[in-house]
Ligand binder design. Structure first.
Ligand code: TXA
Ligand code: MG
Length: 310
């Protein structure tokens, strides 16, 4: 996507004044603000109606810009080298003298950090003197946004500016890996666990169903289009939207396809936009076919399962 410098300048100006701006990333759009500013971080929570105890992911241009805020370890450096910028978020130990707002961290001793790949946001991050706190640009517990129109749908006039970067290429959030001790996956996402395991040369456990909920992102209802969802459906009803993994020969007006031929990357990319389309349709409930629980299918199933706790 071509970079429009005037737009980046506008976003920069607002961010310098502790305002919030929506930014494009390769996963989903983010609602960004100066991560070093309490005022900016408070605005993010307010706009999103996000519970105050749910910390924010901080976005950096590169590991040099992160050095002041976090301690690195070898697992981090290996994964950074292979996958960054890209759809992976690291949970690391926060440095005592870090400038990241305590509002953003909820006074935790850890920090979730990410290096987004989208060229527009990279350019913006390069220009700024601070990293960006940026949770997904949607109202708390709702569907994430994958284009500027989606962000507008969520926030209307309450958002000062949306930096347009087209449709997010990956379409689901980043994979979160906690690297403070033995690596653990806290959230399935756009990067497959097996890719992470291959680089670290060890098995990495999934720990996204904690006994005690430590961060609200692990709450059950999330990513919700605001209507009931039935999963693993073989026989759908005509009065509900039917979400299928691939195109069928015969189609009906209530059929919605995630991909042409069942490609799981394509399906992940289309997941939120298709759910949003259904939300705007005449249908009030959704039935979903079985989605293969492999690769990005695991992420799709995770999102649909949480969205179905309506
Ligand atoms: O792809 C993404 O990660 C997108 C784009 C915009 O970068 N961002 C995103 O942010 O998905 P959000 O806030 O919707 O989800 C971040 C998750 C939340 O569930 C939050 O609880 C968790 O990260 N989180 C934040 N700080 C954490 C920490 N210190 N330890 C563990 N989890 C943390
Ligand atoms: Mg989110």
């Amino acid at each position: 996507m071509k970079i429009n410098l005037a737009n980046i300048k506008k976003a920069k100006k607002l961010l310098n004044k502790t305002e919030c701006v929506a930014i494009p990333t390769e996963t989903v759009y983010g609602l960004a603000g100066n991560a070093y500013s309490d005022i900016a971080c408070k605005k993010i929570y307010k706009l999103k109606k996000r519970p105050k105890n749910n910390p924010l992911i901080i976005h950096y241009f590169n590991f040099r810009s992160l050095e002041k805020d976090c301690d690195f370890n070898t697992d981090f450096l290996k994964l950074y080298k292979k996958f960054c910028p890209g759809p992976i978020t690291f949970v690391l130990n926060l440095k005592k003298n870090s400038k990241v707002s305590k509002i953003a961290t909820n006074k935790k001793s850890s920090l979730a950090v990410r290096f987004p790949k989208h060229s527009i946001s990279r350019r913006l991050l390069k220009e700024l003197d601070f990293p960006l706190a940026a949770p997904s640009a949607n109202l708390s517990s709702r569907l994430s946004a994958v284009c500027s129109n989606d962000v507008r749908d969520e926030f209307g006039k309450n958002i000062k500016y949306i930096l347009d970067g087209g449709k997010s290429k990956i379409g689901v959030e980043s994979t979160i890996v906690d690297l403070r001790k033995k690596p653990r996956i806290l959230r399935l996402g756009g990067l497959e666990i097996s890719s992470i395991e291959n680089i670290l040369n060890k098995k990495v456990k999934l720990k996204n169903k904690p006994k005690k909920i430590s961060v609200p992102g692990q709450l059950k209802l999330h990513y919700s289009p605001g209507m009931p969802i039935r999963l693993n459906v073989k026989k759908n009803k005509d009065n509900e939207a039917f979400l299928l993994i691939k195109k069928t020969k015969k189609t009906k007006t209530n059929y919605y396809f995630l991909s042409k031929k069942g490609d799981l990357k394509e399906a992940a990319r289309n997941l939120y936009s298709t759910l949003r389309k259904i939300k705007k349709s005449k249908f009030n409930s959704i039935a979903v076919t079985k989605i293969p629980n492999i690769g990005l299918g695991k992420t799709i199933n995770d999102r649909l399962k949480r969205a179905s706790k309506f």
